[in-house]
Design a binder for this molecule. Structure first.
Ligand code: SAH
Length: 261
């Protein structure tokens, strides 16, 4: 499959819809973030079907309480299991359902690519000190962390994941080449430095080769700069792909690192 459906067997293939359900006590944080720019356009064009659900709609008390003190004592509050189970069961959202949690699997471009290849998934945002452990054991399919850092809630993490995944879907980005050459793309390297007009700015000129019009040479130059930049800033990425090939070593000799980089 190419990720497209040929509707009616004729005409332009229509990109498929990605459905994402988000469960949160602040659904508008995610909904509003995803209303602008690339995500907003993806929604308008039917590429992204984002549904943000308010966990408080499934509380039963007057104060719409979603949290309670931890058994055994200790700091902070814990999200109760009932509203979370009730919300998820009422919607029967697309699976896998991921709990956002600092202890989860670390999100990266490879995971984003994997998630962009399926047609739906769901995200559960915690708040306070996190969620009752029974949610983790019996409701969610997996846990995702956006990095070794602690946020106050899962909403920013959800926005980050939605954006990283949606832009990889067919039709979401103007330029279909971008996911290939950009950082962590198919090359496994960081992107090379980019320039736009003016050709000289505050005494610093754009490298001559980029103005040469020689596209084959520009491509080789750019590949070399990707390698230089990655070697300097993220040598671990070079190690992960098994070091440099002989042709890459030649490329680095042909084009030394730009003095400004
Ligand atoms: N007490 C928890 C942190 C809770 S932070 C602990 O020590 O692990 C509150 C909520 O923010 C979490 O339930 C989670 O949904 C979200 N969150 C915080 N940091 C996150 C991260 N690095 N990745 C994904 N979600 C995170």
């Amino acid at each position: 499959m190419t990720g497209t459906d040929d509707v009616g067997g004729a005409g332009t293939p229509t990109p498929r819809t990605l459905r994402i359900d988000v469960f949160s006590i602040f659904p508008s944080l995610v909904d509003d973030f995803c209303a602008e720019s690339l995500l907003g356009r993806a929604r308008t064009r039917g590429l992204l079907d984002l549904r943000c659900h308010d966990l408080r709609e499934h509380t039963t008390d007057r104060h719409r309480t979603v949290d309670d003190a931890p058994f055994g004592g200790g700091a902070g509050m814990v999200m109760r299991p009932e509203p979370i189970f009730a919300s998820v069961e009422a919607v029967d959202p697309p699976r896998p359902l991921f709990l956002l949690s600092p202890g989860g699997r670390r999100f990266d471009q490879a995971m984003a690519t994997e998630m962009a290849s399926i047609d739906g998934f769901s995200l559960l945002c915690g708040r306070y000190e996190g969620v009752d452990h029974r949610v983790r054991r019996h409701l969610v399919d997996d846990e995702i962390s956006i990095g070794d850092v602690v946020l106050s809630g899962g909403e920013v993490a959800a926005c980050l994941i939605i954006e990283a995944v949606t832009r990889l879907r067919d039709g979401a980005m103007g330029n279909a080449q971008s996911p290939i050459t950009e950082s962590f793309g198919a090359s496994g390297l960081l992107e090379e430095p980019q320039y736009t007009r003016p050709a000289e700015f505050r005494g610093e000129a754009v490298p001559d080769v980029l103005l040469s019009g020689d596209h084959a040479r520009i491509e080789r130059y750019r590949s070399a700069q990707r390698l230089h930049r990655t070697l300097r800033e993220r040598p671990d990425l070079i190690d992960a792909r098994g070091g440099l090939s002989a042709s890459e070593t030649r490329l680095l000799e042909e084009f030394p690192a730009d003095p400004y980089h």
